[in-house]
Ligand binder design. Structure first.
Ligand code: FAD
Length: 546
């Protein structure tokens, strides 16, 4: 293994040095490194604005790694009549595919029809959806006969099935896109640093926000950083920053949680995704093939309190398993669940606060406080680019910044590659796959597989530390390689292996390694449905965990 890690563009110490040495007033300072904040950083840096972003944990540690991973217009929003949101999201879906084809791809969805009218009703709605996508259409909606449908989705419940509808939407890898957005912004001159928590806003004598106090979570060192415009992009935590600004500020959000169960893909016996258009609580439920597994979700449970590492509720798990019973022949039970992950929705409260969370609009909200703090929240992953454009346009006015128009409509995202990947499992690295292959050639001792169910090698761990700002075992297993999201027990088993590889690369001691393993096991427990079960392999076999 190489002892001397190379200093790279995406090197955290190098970026931190810029904060320590350049006592400049930044044009734009962003709090929060999820889809929203990263999008804003990319928009601002690519317009030539001096840009800094602080994330208290890892990039996409919050909701932005825990979505259903659909780049979509939102069939449900069409049914709700939110035409503007659907038009906008369909256009953004197309731009995501154009600019990050290594991470975004079209996917075929099937809606089974169990009542005579369903296929005609949904078929018509989805033809309108296709038409609304205009030049960004991903495929053509068609009606399917019963026998064709049963061939395409082998485990579908045939009782009373009269056919179905096939339509196309987009699918992506959310945490990988987040890392690639951060890399692209840094390549455009931005300074984006993870594990930096903003504790306080700095104001001038007139009460205008002029910067933040931010602590390096790894060292405890605190910095005062000045900026012409400060942007609050902290997802479900925006109210905390708004209260830092003004303790009497009204609450902006209602937070709701959504869970996903991850199952062996054999539960669908299909490469198509299943869309259940009306669950018993009036929502839609997706069962989507992803990285060789099946993601099923989601739920919508209003919360009164929330945390960065949320936990699934027993009722939510039961709800998903119960719903599947009506649609599948062979039905999964709790012991088949390989991982369960939870995301928190930042839903902007309407004036009428009595409305249920599933009726709250998914539109984004831009708020300017009296202190000129800009808050951007709500929306969807799919619309991150447009949200960023609107926010930076606003920042230019507030900060009287001189720069040109938005550049991101045609800006290729780091890793951009149109060529089909030689190795399917490496496709999400896009053009970076070549660099990983080269690392293995230079260091053949890194070319060993970490786990029999995953093709990743030690080289991908080193790559994530050197070139993707991974700092912890959780960063690697949850958001760089996604194993925690796919099979929590496999990830727990891998934690010591990954901690040791990282420790050698980062020159860390045994205390660090032990602490990392402990921290990861305590996070990963939240991804298990039943901690007493053995390790369930993707093949469906149950294996005892030592
Ligand atoms: C269950 C579920 C499924 C979804 N599925 C989809 C989907 O399929 N497609 C789609 O388009 N959208 C989907 N969404 C919506 C989408 O995921 C969110 O809109 C988006 O991820 C929100 O991103 P964000 O950056 O605003 O928030 P977050 O991702 O939560 O990021 C906020 C960040 O701010 C950081 N932060 C907070 N406080 C501080 C501080 N003091 N200092 C520094 N940093 C701080 C946090 O650590 C966090 O990383 C889904 C949402 C949920 C909940």
């Amino acid at each position: 293994m190489k002892k001397e890690p190379k200093k790279t563009f995406f090197d955290r110490d190098h970026l931190l040095h810029k904060i320590e040495s350049e006592h400049q007033i930044w044009d734009v300072l962003i709090i929060g490194g999820g889809a929203t904040g990263l999008g804003v950083a990319l928009d601002a840096s690519s317009r030539g604005l001096s840009t800094v972003l602080f994330e208290q944990s890892d990039f996409a540690k919050g909701t932005s790694s825990r979505s259903t991973k659909l780049a979509h217009g939102g069939v449900r929003y069409l049914a709700q009549g939110n035409i503007k949101l659907v038009f906008e999201a369909l256009r953004e879906r197309g731009l995501m595919l154009k600019n990050a084809p290594h991470l975004v791809s079209p996917l075929s969805f099937i809606i089974p029809s169990y009542r005579w009218w369903e296929k005609y009703f949904y078929g018509l709605g989805l033809q309108i959806y296709d038409w609304m996508a205009q030049k960004f259409r991903m495929g053509n909606t068609s009606l399917l006969r019963r026998d064709t449908l049963l061939k395409q989705m082998g485990n579908l419940n045939p009782k009373k099935l009269n056919g179905g509808v096939q339509y196309y939407d987009g699918q992506f890898d959310d945490a990988r896109l987040a890392v690639n957005l951060a890399q692209t912004s840094i390549e455009q001159g931005g300074v984006l640093i993870n594990y930096m928590k903003v504790n306080q806003l700095i104001k001038d004598a007139k009460g205008k926000v002029t910067g933040v106090e931010v602590t390096n979570v790894e060292t405890g060192k605190t910095y005062s950083v000045q900026a012409k415009v400060v942007i609050n992009a902290t997802g479900v935590f925006v109210d905390d920053i708004l209260k830092m600004d003004n303790p009497g500020a009204n609450t902006l959000l209602k937070v709701s949680q959504g869970i996903h169960l991850v199952l062996p893909q054999s539960f669908l016996k299909s490469e198509h995704a299943l869309m259940i258009p009306a669950t018993s609580d009036g929502r839609v439920l997706f069962a989507v093939p992803w990285h060789g597994y099946l993601l099923v979700g989601t739920t919508d449970t209003p919360l009164d309190r929330h945390q960065l590492e949320p936990k699934p509720l027993k009722e939510e798990i039961n709800f998903i398993l119960e719903t599947l019973k009506d649609y599948l022949k062979e039905v999964p039970t709790e012991k088949d669940v390989l991982s369960v992950f939870v995301g928190l929705r930042p839903l902007v409260l309407p004036e009428n606060k009595e409305v249920g969370t599933k009726e709250i609009s998914r539109d984004h909200k831009l708020k300017i406080s009296a202190s000129q703090l800009i808050t951007i929240t709500g929306g969807k992953w799919t619309t991150y680019r447009k949200m960023a454009e609107d926010t930076v346009d606003q920042a230019i006015t507030i900060g009287d910044l001189s720069t040109g128009p938005c550049q991101t409509k045609a800006l290729k995202i780091h890793g951009y590659s149109n060529a089909p990947a030689e190795d399917e499992a490496m496709s999400f690295y896009g053009s970076d796959a070549k660099g990983i292959a080269q690392l293995k050639i230079e260091n053949p001792d890194l070319d060993y597989q970490l786990h029999p169910d995953f093709s990743f090698t030690a080289a991908e761990v080193i790559w994530a530390v050197r070139y993707e700002m991974a700092r912890t075992v959780d960063d690697i297993l949850a958001r760089r390689l996604r194993i925690l999201f796919l099979n929590a027990r496999a990830a727990m088993k891998l934690a010591p292996v990954v901690a040791n590889i990282m420790a050698e690369e980062m020159d860390k001691d045994k205390d660090w390694t032990d602490g990392q393993i402990r921290d990861f096991q305590s996070i990963a427990k939240n991804y298990l449905v039943d901690p007493t079960l053995g390790e369930v392999l993707a093949s469906g076999r149950l294996q005892k965990v030592e």
